[in-house]
Write a protein that binds this ligand. Structure first.
Ligand code: 4AD
Ligand code: MG
Length: 480
C-alpha cells in the first residue's frame, strides 16, 4: 500500500506530541535549505516541514523546488516559527516528482488572474484558485443537501436535445454528419438531418427545464444540476458558453411559492459555505479587500465579502414588479442625468444589466426579486397573468452580479399554451410530449434556474466568471 498519508488539514488540528505521520503534497516554497511550505490541497494552510541542517544530502535538497511533489515522514512538534502551531520534523523525505524550477510557469509570487487563466492546468495550485474551488465544491454539495432534505428528486435531464427550451436559438449543433460538403441533402438543397445520427436535428441543451416539468408532474418536486450550453456571443465577465445550472421544478407551486423557495435556497447554500469554508472565505475576503484598495473610492464595495454574505443571509430580498422597477428607474437621478448607456424608454423594454445593477447596488442595496414581466420579452412557457400584458416570471438580481436566477410559474392551461406557441412560431409537433402534461392531469407548477457560476462568483467575490469554473469555455476559447 502506497497511501498511508494524513491530510494536512487534519494534521493541523492535532496537538504536537512527537507523533509520527506521513504527508504528501507539493512544495510551495523552500527557504534556507531547511523550511519547506508543503501544500496538499486539503486546506489553504501550508504545513511547515523542517529539514534539520546536515541531515539530508545536497543531492536531495537541490531537488526540493517549487511544485516538486514530496512524501515526508516525520515527527509532529510544536513550531518555533510564527503563524503555525506545528511543524513536521522530517525523518525521511522522498521526491515523488521533480519540478524544474526554471521551467515551472508559476513563480512563488503574485500572478494576475488573466495570466493564471492561461495556465488553468496549474492554477489550482495557487491559494486563490484552491480557495475558490473548495468553495465551489461546498456549494455543490449544499445544493444537493438542500433539495434532498426537502424531498426533491434529482433528475438527470438530457444534454443532447432536439428542442430549444428557451426559444432563443442560441444553440450548439450536435451532428455526426461530415462538414466537408458530402453531407446528404434534401431535394431543395438543405442538409438532410433525417440522415443524421438521431434522425433529426439536435443540439446541446440550453436548459433542462422542459424535461424537468415532466418529472415534476409525476414526482411533485425535482431538481436538475448539470451543464448547459449557450452559443451566445457574449464576451462578458458573467457569460460562459458552458455553464452549470440548477433547475428545481415543483408541482403545486405558484409564483410566490417559487420566490420563497429560491430565497430560502440561496440563503441556505451561502450559510453552508460560510460554515464549512470559513478559512477559504476569510482568505477570499482579504484578497478582495486588497484588490479593492487599488480602485478609486467610488468603485469600491461598501461591504467586504463576508459582511456582504452575512447581510444577504440576514435580510429579506426586496420584491417588486417589473412595472414598479421601470418607474423607479425612470424617476432615478441616474436616468435624468443620462448616466445609463441604454435610456429608459418605458414599459415593455428589456432591462439591461446596468439597470438591474442600479436597482440592486444603488437603489435597494440588497438582492432584488423582480416579477410580472411583459409577456413579449419572456419565454413561451411562462404563465399569462390576468392583465393580458404580463407573465408570472421572476428574476433574482444580486449585487455585483446582476441576474443570478430566472424562473416563472408555468402556463398549465393547454389552450393558452397552444395559442402562445402558435404566436411565437413554435410547432406543436416538436413539443407534443410537453403539451401532454397539460392534457393529462395538468397542475399549477413553477420552477427556476440558478446559474451556478454566478452564484460561485457571488460567494467568492471573484469578478470574472472565467475564474470560478475549472476550464472556461467562452467565444474563441476552449483550451484544456
Ligand atoms: O434566465 P435563464 O435563461 O432561464 C432558464 O434557462 C430557465 N429555463 C430556468 C428555469 O426556469 N428552469 O437562465 C437561468 C440562469 C440565469 O439567471 C443566469 O444565472 C444563468 O442561468 N445563465 C448563465 N450563466 C453563465 N453564462 C451564461 N451564458 C448564462 N446564461 C444564463
Ligand atoms: Mg434569464
Amino acid at each position: 500500500m502506497f497511501n498511508n498519508r494524513i491530510k494536512i488539514k487534519e494534521l493541523l488540528q492535532q496537538e504536537p506530541a512527537g507523533q509520527e505521520v506521513t504527508v504528501m503534497g507539493w512544495v510551495r516554497t523552500f527557504r534556507n535549505n531547511q523550511f519547506v511550505a508543503l501544500n496538499d490541497g486539503s486546506t489553504n494552510q501550508h504545513l511547515q516541514v523542517v529539514l534539520a541542517l546536515g541531515q539530508f544530502p545536497e543531492s536531495l535538497l537541490s531537488r526540493i523546488t517549487t511544485s516538486a511533489s514530496l512524501r515526508v515522514t516525520g515527527k509532529v512538534v510544536a513550531s518555533l516559527g510564527k503563524g503555525q502551531k506545528i511543524d513536521l520534523q522530517a525523518v525521511t523525505v522522498d521526491i515523488l516528482g521533480d519540478s524544474d524550477a526554471e521551467k515551472y510557469p508559476l513563480q512563488p509570487k503574485k500572478h494576475s488572474l488573466e495570466f493564471l487563466r492561461e495556465k488553468a492546468h496549474l492554477r489550482f495550485r495557487t491559494n486563490t484558485f484552491a480557495a475558490v474551488f473548495r468553495v465551489r465544491h461546498a456549494l455543490s454539495f449544499a445544493v444537493h443537501q438542500f433539495f434532498h432534505q426537502k424531498g426533491f428528486l434529482y433528475l438527470h435531464t438530457p444534454i443532447i436535445t432536439a428542442s430549444d427550451a428557451e426559444g432563443a436559438g442560441e444553440m450548439f449543433r450536435v451532428t455526426s454528419l461530415q462538414l466537408d460538403g458530402t453531407a446528404p441533402r434534401t431535394e431543395d438543397g438543405q442538409i438532410n438531418f433525417k440522415e443524421d445520427f438521431f434522425g433529426r436535428s439536435t443540439h446541446l441543451t440550453v436548459s433542462g427545464q422542459l424535461e424537468g416539468e415532466l418529472g415534476a408532474t409525476a414526482f411533485g418536486e425535482i431538481y436538475t444540476f448539470g451543464p448547459t450550453f449557450r452559443a451566445e456571443n457574449s464576451n462578458t465577465a458573467r457569460h460562459l458558453a458552458e455553464f452549470w445550472m440548477i433547475e428545481p421544478e415543483m408541482a403545486f407551486y405558484d409564483l410566490e411559492d417559487n420566490m420563497n423557495l429560491a430565497e430560502e435556497f440561496i440563503g441556505y447554500i451561502i450559510r453552508y459555505a460560510m460554515e464549512h469554508c470559513a478559512d477559504d472565505l476569510q482568505f477570499l475576503d482579504q484578497r478582495l479587500a486588497d484588490e479593492e484598495k487599488q480602485l478609486p473610492q467610488d468603485k469600491r464595495s461598501e461591504l467586504g465579502l463576508l459582511e456582504k454574505l452575512r447581510f444577504v443571509t440576514e435580510n429579506k430580498f426586496e420584491r417588486l414588479t417589473y412595472t414598479e422597477a421601470i418607474d423607479i428607474l425612470r424617476e432615478s437621478n441616474y436616468n435624468k442625468k443620462k448616466k445609463f448607456q441604454y435610456e429608459i424608454t418605458g414599459w415593455g423594454m428589456d432591462l439591461q444589466s446596468e439597470h438591474e445593477r442600479y436597482l440592486v447596488e444603488k437603489h435597494f442595496k440588497k438582492p432584488v426579486i423582480l416579477y410580472n414581466y411583459p409577456a413579449a420579452i419572456k419565454a413561451f412557457y411562462m404563465r399569462q397573468n390576468d392583465d393580458g400584458k404580463t407573465v408570472a416570471a421572476m428574476d433574482i438580481l444580486a449585487p455585483g452580479i446582476g441576474e443570478i436566477v430566472g424562473g416563472s410559474q408555468r402556463e398549465e392551461r393547454l389552450e393558452n399554451l397552444q395559442q402562445k406557441m402558435a404566436a411565437m412560431g413554435i410547432g406543436e409537433e416538436e413539443l407534443w410530449w410537453y403539451l401532454d402534461t397539460r392534457r393529462f392531469g395538468t397542475v399549477p407548477h413553477a420552477g427556476f434556474g440558478l446559474g451556478f457560476e454566478r452564484m460561485v462568483q457571488f460567494v467568492t467575490g471573484m469578478s470574472n466568471i472565467r475564474d470560478v469554473i475549472a476550464f472556461p469555455r467562452t467565444p474563441g476559447s476552449a483550451e484544456f
